[in-house]
Ligand binder design. Structure first.
Ligand SMILES: Nc1ncnc2c1ncn2[C@@H]1O[C@H](COP(=O)(O)OP(=O)(O)OP(=O)(O)O)[C@@H](O)[C@H]1O
Ligand SMILES: [Mg+2]
Length: 472
């Protein structure tokens, strides 16, 4: 196999030369650049497989350089090097398409290993026969016409052909589980089982027996031999959902199985080999958890062979209309109602919303409207109350006279002039803004926004707002 070409971009000459040497000894062909501008120059004139980028550099910093590299050729792998204290940079970089990050001070061994893992994974994807990406599910559709989603479909399609572990990241409701299913049902394992495990729902004491099974009499209450999820999934895929919620001791046990590819049922002396593909997902900030010591770095690397990041719905506005139409078709079948479309006004309201609960919130919103709607198109007044309140900025505050004969209020608008709805909408938006400002911390939000904590909790419940959604 030909040698991989790595570009080390780092302004600190000492670190640059040590990285250069370590990678060269690791068998790579290495080039160097001292800032982002020089890096882009070298990338345009040499075939680079992977760039190792420092963040703080004169001229052009690493994050801007990352964006430029991904624009030029998205298949170049980028690994970011950040200061230990600047974990936000790492998170931003991953979202912008970086493969992974290394925290300084950097250990030679870790760099060489990560680079090797990255190029191996990339090589597997590259050597696969290329044909048009078709993402199918066992039922239902995977909607996505935005550039963002097309990129993801491409990755899913390529990954479906290899057995590597995949880590799916994204806020709540962005479709992580759907991606896991798409990966499984497009893979050669599709005739075998896809077994999901919700890591946040599994108790510490039952973890081992749930995953690995147990022999009869292995512990009090184990009156029958039982096989675990790993064995159920044999030949198929194990989907470890909410992986960020595993306790440290469960993390160790899981890591051991992933490393050794075999496990021992509780109370048994027989080791069982496993052939299971692992897909994990989380909406937690694992980088921050690693820094705090609550998530094991070695487990993270083991799972994160290929990262997939699902952007929030508000960043793929192009998809909203397609998703709305898809859900209308689906709910028309489910509720046996003859609703064929949506009014322009209702669609405008949906497009303008910021969707903190992402696609799940959109799906619930459409279903809610479906139940209420009596016409053959979804209209604005069937949407939940907060979509229909008048916005201060557009209406009451505007300089235009309220009654303007040139734009008489429509019947739909007149229905919506409702004091309570307006009050609720305002309250809801205020709480969301406050939660965003204080990153979902209840105590801080209550304190600074001057809402008694009890009231705040009651309102969150009332408007189905999840404080955790604002944590990242
Ligand atoms: N692109 C899409 N096309 C069609 N339906 C979608 C799409 N993305 C998500 N959905 C639907 O939205 C809902 C939420 O998706 P999913 O459960 O996969 O999200 P999630 O990221 O796992 O959320 P959580 O973090 O809360 O578990 C599901 O009903 C799913 O079918
Ligand atoms: Mg999920």
């Amino acid at each position: 196999m030909s040698q991989y070409r790595i570009l080390v971009v780092e302004d600190d000459i000492e670190l640059r030369s040590t990285l250069f040497e370590a990678l060269e000894q690791g068998g790579f062909d290495v080039l160097q650049a001292e800032d982002g501008i020089e890096a882009l120059d070298k990338i345009r004139t040499n075939q680079i497989d992977l760039a190792l980028l420092d963040v703080n550099m004169p001229q052009m910093n690493g994050l801007d350089c990352l964006t430029e590299i991904k624009n030029y050729d998205p298949s170049i792998i980028v690994i970011i090097m950040t200061a230990y204290s600047a974990i936000e940079d790492a998170v931003r970089a991953i979202k912008a398409g970086a493969y992974n990050y290394l925290a300084k001070p950097i250990k030679h061994q870790a760099v060489v290993e990560m680079v090797q893992r990255a190029v191996d994974a990339q090589a597997m994807i590259r050597t696969m026969a290329y044909s048009a990406p078709i993402v199918t599910l066992e039922n239902g559709e995977f909607v996505g016409h935005s550039g963002e989603m097309k990129k993801i479909f491409n990755i899913i399609y390529k990954l479906a052909k290899v057995d590597t572990s995949v880590l799916i990241r994204g806020d709540s409701g962005t479709g992580k589980e759907l991606v896991a299913r798409a990966l499984h049902y497009n893979s050669s394992r599709k005739d075998e089982k896809l077994i999901p495990i919700n890591c946040s729902a599994i108790s510490e004491t039952l973890f081992e027996s749930e995953l690995f099974g147990h022999e009869r009499g292995a512990f009090t209450g184990a009156d029958q031999r039982q096989i675990g999820r790993f064995q159920y999934a044999e030949g198929g895929t194990l989907f470890l959902d909410e992986i960020g919620d595993l306790s440290p001791s469960m993390q160790v046990k899981l890591l051991r199985v992933l490393q050794e590819r075999k496990f021992t049922p509780v109370g048994s002396s027989r080791e069982i080999e496993m052939n299971v593909r692992i897909i994990a997902a989380t909406n937690r900030n694992l980088e921050e958890m690693i820094q705090k010591g609550t998530f094991r770095e070695d487990l993270f690397y083991r799972l994160n062979v290929i990262p997939i990041y699902l952007p929030p719905l508000k960043e793929r506005k192009d998809d909203i209309e397609n998703l709305v139409n898809y859900f209308i078709r689906r709910f028309a079948q489910k509720h046996k109602k003859s609703i064929f479309g949506i009014t322009v006004q209702a669609m405008e309201k949906l497009s303008a919303h910021h969707w903190p609960g992402n696609i799940r919130e959109l799906e619930n919103t459409i279903e809610h409207a479906f139940v209420i709607e009596s016409g053959d198109k979804l209209s604005a007044k069937s949407l939940p109350a907060h979509f229909n309140a008048f916005k201060l900025g557009n209406n009451l505050n505007s300089a235009a006279p309220i009654i303007d004969s040139s734009s008489a209020p429509s019947v739909e608008d007149a229905d919506l002039l409702d004091y309570n709805r307006f009050k609720e909408e305002f309250e809801r938006e205020f709480i969301i803004r406050a939660l965003k400002t204080f990153k979902g911390r209840i105590n801080q939000t209550a304190l600074h926004a001057k809402i008694p904590k009890k009231t705040l909790l009651r309102k969150l419940e009332k408007y189905s707002i999840k404080a955790e959604d604002f944590r990242l």
